[in-house]
Design a protein around this ligand. Structure first.
Ligand code: PMP
Length: 401
């Protein structure tokens, strides 16, 4: 008899479990719109040309595989903070930013969560309802209490801005407020610049600490600067804040696990201390981060011609998703004779569309139409080709009514 008799079967992951089910389906019609991973029009995974070039450079230079320091590759940390805040940002120039390379967005969030648990034991994290499925797991595992603020309004399939402000206001002073820097996952609904500024007002008034999750910089609008403008608004106000970054999507480095946690502090001295504690938390967890993705990012961002080429490739990816978005909307408007307004699909931004399909309707998409998606009605447009938009629209209309 095993000593693991009391270990019960864990449920499949709500997002990655969708890919497992997709692989098991033998239909040729099947579509995987579950996980947020970019595919070409031929629905194949895509390795960016700049990534291949950077890797070639690395081989040529004969770089070694020695350990990185706990905080990661210096050139990467410098590049990633500059990309996020802007190289001429006073916070960077004054040495007020603690940046630690970590295991992509997820690992960076987890590291910050451990830091919050240790140094802000009485604080709560406010997260949007709904949010990316893994946020709750991350804070649960780090034993950081959280609660939700209103974000999505099902009646308008838009932002519940008043509800959001009310909930952020009602929270205990000094709470952490988790915000999606751009391309909110799963809804694809972002605040406008005016709304961001009102959100910042309330956060400032309440002495809250903003905690940005930036997993899609450059992928939402196609512009790195535009997608970082929410974060920069808060930094410009002189607020202390956290930002977790990921290069999974914008450089297609999903499995390289490359990202960073940045803590903007009000003094260089505080930044030095915060960084030392982040390193202290990382050391017993994973010791030090992997070098390969860090070198890719540092090479791409550090070389003006590769940097330009990256921006072009990113625009191409963001552009393909926008075309797919438009085509899905056109087909839905065309085929749906009920007069329902589907224009919310066009106002959403990023990889995802939040269709408004409920759990049962999402199940119909999968069981009858072989369209794999998360049960909250989210579809990844990055996993869809123009050629399949008509099929998807038929599936949505059949499932909706
Ligand atoms: N945050 C959000 C909102 C995301 O959508 C994702 C990726 N799906 C991540 C963080 C982190 O992903 P990764 O760990 O691959 O960088």
């Amino acid at each position: 008899v095993s000593r693991f008799e009391d270990v019960v079967m864990a449920p499949p992951d709500p997002i990655l479990g969708v890919s497992e089910a997709f692989r098991a389906d033998t239909s040729d019609m099947k579509l995987n719109l579950g996980v947020g991973a970019y595919r070409t029009e031929e629905l194949q995974p895509y390795v960016l040309n700049v990534v291949k070039k950077a890797e070639y450079l690395m081989l040529e230079r004969g770089e070694n595989k020695e350990y990185l320091p706990i905080e990661g590759l210096d050139a990467f940390n410098k590049a990633t903070a500059e990309l996020l805040f802007g190289a001429d940002n006073p916070a960077i120039q004054q040495g007020r930013v603690a940046t630690v390379q970590s295991l992509s967005g997820t690992g960076s969030l987890r590291l910050a969560a451990a830091f919050i648990q240790r140094y802000f034991p009485d604080a709560k994290v406010l997260i949007s309802s709904p949010t990316w499925g893994n946020h709750k797991n991350i804070f649960n595992d780090a034993r950081v209490p959280w609660s939700e603020y209103r974000y999505y309004d099902p009646r308008t399939v838009g932002l519940d801005f008043e509800g959001m402000l009310e909930d952020v206001k009602a929270a205990q002073d000094g709470s952490f407020v988790l915000l999606h820097g751009c391309a909110h996952n799963p809804t694809g609904i972002d605040p406008t610049p005016e709304q961001w500024s009102k959100i910042a007002d309330v956060i400032e008034e309440k002495n809250h600490i903003p905690f940005f999750d930036v997993a899609y910089q450059g992928f939402a609008s196609g512009s790195l600067d535009e997608d970082a403008s929410s974060v920069r608004t808060f930094v410009d106000r002189g607020l202390e804040l956290f930002v977790a970054q990921s290069y999974s999507k914008n450089l297609g480095l999903y499995s390289e696990r490359i990202g960073a946690i940045n803590v903007v502090c009000s003094s260089p001295d505080a930044a030095t201390r915060v960084k030392s504690q982040l390193k202290r938390i990382a050391r017993p967890m994973y010791s030090n981060p992997p070098v390969h993705g860090a070198r890719i990012v540092a090479n791409v961002v550090g070389d003006p011609s590769l940097f330009d080429e990256w921006k072009q490739e990113m625009e191409l990816m963001a552009g393909r998703i926008k075309n797919v978005r438009q085509r899905v909307f056109d087909n839905l408007s065309d085929k749906d004779k009920s007069g329902k307004d589907w224009s919310f699909i066009l106002t959403q931004i990023g990889m995802f569309s939040y269709t408004g399909l409920n759990n049962a309707q999402s199940n119909n998409m999968t069981n009858k139409w072989h369209v794999y998606m998360t049960k909250d009605g989210r579809i990844s447009l990055a996993g869809l080709s123009l050629a399949k938009c008509e099929y998807l629209a038929e599936a949505i209309i059949d499932s909706f009514y």
